[in-house]
Design a protein around this ligand. Structure first.
Ligand code: Z2T
Length: 809
């Protein structure tokens, strides 16, 4: 079925008219966007329906990816693209006097996640559908997404993100598939007339979970999978009990807003409510759907795989037990076998402050039955482990410890597979963070290095590069990313090098125009575009980047005739609203930017741009224009990173510590094609173990560094109100938790190498080409293929798909 431009125009006009009852010529941008979105959704609805039917008719095994966060980005262009409609639609709109780009800006970018973890979930959704793997997402339809970030006098200010204001054309409210979720009250077990133990409840708070389904469109394969997001409502039959608006609050608040913490745990009751709400609704709906297969309950693991994205959905384990015990009346042993075989868990961080530990009292009050089950899981674990492994290891791995429920321990004990998100990260889990568990269950541990979807991050975000690749190596790489390596063959081809440089330059020109429009800052597109885009966190060390900028600024001021390679430093980063130190770093960078950008002595040599409200849509504009990818976390701290992969695939050279997936980037592209600096993870562990790190000593002995750090506190940077002191203090007087000063010297040296290489444009571009050509292993298609084969045991079901072969490890 191919759509002609003529047919599209006719159908679009009628779509618009049926929605608004006037001609499209009178339509606002929002209305035109809504009409186009619904047109596309109608177009794909048949595939969506048929995919669902196909899965049930053939009783295929399905994956359910449980995640508190999804960051899909705008869907208009990507859906049109995956359906193969993009060119037709663009042409049709042009004929009607509109452009797709203009309509697209009217689409809200759903910020239902914080950062890497949520974006990974959405890349996985894209790959599942594109590979024809039966896979669904399960999450929360937050009414407000991650806060909108604004800068006022350089300070971060948070505004609500009301993404649903102008409706969401992609979702379908599904009133047929609601579930009831119960909180609080009293529970006891009672024998019923059939002799089964039954859980009896009284005085519970009942919340109706309403699913909103969003199509996840595969790349040109007629597959449409489902992303199910749950919204909390008052049960219809209880409406009469809610007399005031206030009384409805405890229900409505459950899915009102996303917690804005990235890699940080705040033990709030409302968050626990959100987690259980999503988990309970999800598990209920899966087990209900399973009944359509008409198979015995013991076969559940043959047809269902549930993935737990970090510990946030780990209550899946006791919730599944609850349903199998209380509602299906299985024995504990039967229920446990099913649950354990069904569940798998990914860990995303080693940061202690991110590990979820719920107070037992809170859990008991909110989820009495779930707590009883957790207690029994814990007791059985202790009873079987202690006699074999002894008390010490048993105590250290228990789920219940010192008045809290350790959610990572629950997830590990209840899952048949536990994985980290990059090789180094998985090693650290096995050797340090989850060491005792690795001793108990070595066979459960495995690595799955993260990946990204080339469709969004190359094909759509970087059409210039995509055209060049198509021209040079053919279109096969789009279906099979490993073909990208063919591009290596052009390494010595002068013409290709020039063309690639031109693509990058045009992307930079476009970003430069956008920067000027947005911020009024004129940047030179010939300068090095040096990019650090990620959440603001001390371990990611944006302040190391800042110190280098400050160092460079002082150098420019003191050596006006020195020949500098022009550089534009670009930041995008949100700080968690309660994370003071991160906010202070933002303020320092903004004030420093203000100083530098307005100093006539500096001119083109140096500019600093800090984008407000970094998110998926901004990333799509920034990444294709990047020359340098800053991946400068303290080694061992960044589980994987994924902006590193996107930037590499778009031809940026990586400036990095040997942390997370940076190590694998190095393995594929070669050390000589990137810039590595700083302590290794092993050295970091040794330095911590030695316990003799002395940042003040470094400050005192390194003249260059001292000079730079002093500029934070001596009024060099106007507009600060103590934030420079705060950063100085933490680095010099509070012993620099993330070894910024330790890595400073080596970072500066690496930056000098960047400048030197950039002077040789061809050599630089050659390395850029090699980065693009070596980026295929980071395709989420490969990552998903490995999850599907090794963990979930699900097949690429739909035959239309070209099957994807994973690369060798
Ligand atoms: C998050 O984005 C990440 C880890 C978390 O630990 C929480 C959030 Cl919201 C609980 C990130 C990691 O920091 C990053 O290294 C990784 O690439 C990403 O998850 C996806 O695995």
């Amino acid at each position: 079925m191919t759509l002609t431009v003529k047919a599209f125009i006719k159908e679009f006009k009628s779509q618009f008219q049926s929605m608004y009852a006037y001609s499209y010529k009178e339509g606002s941008t929002e209305q035109l966007y809504n009409a186009l979105g619904l047109y596309i959704k109608n177009y794909l609805s048949r595939n969506w329906k048929e995919t669902k039917e196909d899965y049930v008719e053939n009783s295929v095994k399905q994956v359910y990816y449980f995640s508190m966060e999804f960051l899909p980005g705008r869907q208009l262009e990507s859906n049109a693209y995956n359906l193969g409609l993009l060119d037709t639609i663009k042409e049709g709109l042009n004929e009607m006097g509109m452009s797709l780009e203009e309509l697209e800006e009217a689409e809200a970018d759903p910020a239902l996640g914080n950062g890497g973890l949520g974006r990974l979930a959405s890349c996985f959704m894209d790959s599942l559908a594109s590979l024809g793997v039966p896979g669904n997402g399960n999450g929360i339809r937050y009414q407000y997404g991650l806060f909108k970030q604004k800068f006022v006098d350089g300070y971060q200010v948070e505004l609500p993100e009301n993404w649903l204001r102008y409706r969401n054309v992609w979702e379908t409210r599904n009133d047929k598939s609601t579930c009831m979720v119960k909180f609080g009250g009293n529970v006891w077990l009672e024998k019923n007339h059939l002799g089964y133990m039954e859980a009896k409840y009284e005085n519970t708070l009942n919340v109706l979970a309403v699913p909103y389904d969003t199509p996840m469109v595969g790349y040109r394969n007629n597959v449409v999978n489902n992303l199910r997001l749950w919204s909390a409502e008052i049960p219809v039959e209880e409406e009469e009990n809610y007399h005031t608006l206030e009384a409805t609050e405890p229900i409505k608040e459950i899915t009102q807003v996303l917690y804005p913490d990235d890699s940080n745990y705040e033990g709030r009751l409302l968050r626990l409510k959100q987690e259980y709400f999503m988990v309970s609704a999800g598990v209920q709906s899966i087990l209900r759907h399973y009944k359509k297969y008409n198979l015995p309950r013991k076969n559940i693991p043959d047809k269902v795989a549930i993935h737990i994205n970090d510990t946030h959905p780990a209550l899946v384990i006791p919730e599944m037990m609850r349903i199998l015990l209380d509602e299906e009346h299985l024995s504990w042993e039967q229920a446990w076998e099913i649950t354990f075989k069904t569940c798998s868990y990914t860990n995303h961080t080693i940061l202690r402050e991110a590990l979820e530990k719920w107070p037992i009292d809170m859990m008991k009050d909110l989820l009495p039955r779930i707590y009883m089950i957790i207690e029994e899981i814990n007791q059985r674990f202790v009873d079987t482990t202690a006699p074999i492994y002894g008390d010490r290891i048993t105590w250290q791995t228990a789920i219940l410890q010192n008045g809290v429920v350790n959610m990572a321990h629950l997830a590990v004990i209840g899952s048949h597979s536990i994985n980290g998100v990059a090789k180094l990260h998985t090693e650290i889990l096995m050797e340090d963070v989850l060491k005792d568990f690795f001793e108990l269950y070595p066979e459960r541990f495995n690595n799955k290095t993260n990946g990204i979807t080339q469709r969004r991050w190359m094909h759509l975000a970087n059409p210039g590069l995509t055209r060049l690749l198509d021209e040079k190596i053919g279109e096969e790489w789009k279906k099979n990313p490993s073909e990208l390596k063919v591009f290596k063959g052009f390494e010595q081809d002068e013409k290709t090098i020039k063309e690639l440089a031109k693509v990058k330059f045009e992307n930079k020109q476009r970003l430069a125009d956008y920067i000027e429009e947005l911020q009024g800052i004129k940047v030179n597109p010939k300068a090095i575009f040096d990019v650090q885009i990620k959440r603001l966190h001390a371990y990611k060390r944006q302040h190391l980047n800042m110190l280098h900028i400050l160092y460079r600024y002082l150098d420019i001021k003191e050596n006006p005739s020195k020949d500098f390679v022009p550089r534009v430093f670009i930041f995008g980063a949100k700080a968690a609203p309660s994370y003071m130190y991160a906010k202070q770093i933002i303020k320092v960078i903004n004030s420093l930017a203000e100083l530098i950008n307005n100093d006539p002595d500096v001119g083109d040599k140096l500019k600093v741009v800090f984008f407000e409200n970094y998110g998926v849509s901004l990333a799509e504009k920034i990444i294709p224009a990047a020359d340098i990818s800053e991946q400068i976390s303290l080694a061992s701290m960044e589980a994987s990173g994924t902006s590193n992969m996107k930037l590499m695939a778009n031809g940026a050279l990586t400036l990095a510590t040997l942390d997370g997936a940076n190590i694998e980037i190095k393995d594929f592209v070669g050390e000589e094609n990137m810039f590595i600096f700083g302590l290794s993870s092993k050295e970091v562990y040794e330095l911590k173990a030695a316990g003799n790190y002395n940042s003040k000593g470094i400050y005192e002995s390194n003249e260059k560094l001292r000079h730079t750090l002093d500029a934070l506190t001596n009024d060099t940077i106007p507009g600060l109100n103590g934030e420079g002191y705060a950063v100085f203090d933490s680095l010099v007087n509070y012993n620099d938790e993330y070894f910024v000063l330790k890595d400073f010297e080596s970072y500066i040296k690496a930056q000098e190498k960047v400048d030197a290489l950039y002077r040789n444009t061809d050599e630089w571009t050659r390395k850029s080409l090699l980065n693009i050509a070596s980026s295929a292993p980071f395709s989420a298609d490969y990552t998903i293929k490995r999850y599907a084969d090794d963990i979930w045991k699900v097949k690429q079901h739909s035959e239309q798909k070209d099957s994807v072969q994973p690369l060798d490890e």
